[in-house]
Design a protein around this ligand. Sequence first.
Ligand SMILES: [Mg+2]
Length: 252
Amino acid sequence: MGQVMQAIALVDLDDTLFQTIRKCPPDIPHDRLTPLGFAADGSPLSYATPRQMRFIQWLAETTHLVPVTARSLDALRRAHIPFTAAVCAHGGVVLDDTGAVDPEWEAIITGKAAQYADELAGLAEAISAEAAAQNVTINARVLMEGELPLYTLAKHTDMDHDALFAVVDAAVPSLPLGWTDHRNGNNVALMPPYLGKEHAVAHILPGLRARFPDAPVIGIGDSLTDAPFMALCDYAMMPPRSQLAGTMFHGG
Ligand SMILES: [Mg+2]
């Protein structure tokens, strides 16, 4: 945290502060990109442009910066962003201001996750079966955070988004009420009702408001699934070339 804490920034990471090399602006030479996200083996996966680096520095110096990410706790820790508190796993895990897992939120999520374990596994099986029937290679699985089943994730092994969406549409023609079907790029996440960044943000906001009473809260994100948590903030910010901005500035 910087010397002058002016605001609270609740910030999505991937495609907001950095992105894969494929999504980096083509006019920026590779040697000007800074690797910030790393695979488990230490190899770089995600890069920030010089302007994104300056933006991160500005946020780090002037705000109480809280990542709000779909990343698992492990993947979050492999992102080189200055933070202690965080929301990760689409809201399934909250880290408190010491960087420890918030036990209260963990208890809430654990109680709810148990009710959905079979349904999540069933969705992954249905997608795998449909992929086999269509002769498409898709990795569908239940995303776990430790022992906790959180959501069903499907990815096409060759990044063919259209084929991925067609398989999921056929395998899961509709979701029960309250579920979220999050699609962005080569990702389909089917999330049960309790899971969502906005629920975790609603859990941490009262504490942040009490600690920094007059600090404006800025929500920053790129995806449609970021919108509900951004709506809980005082200001919302997004990259203009993003899924979320696409719906506002370019008519979807
Ligand atoms: Mg994002």
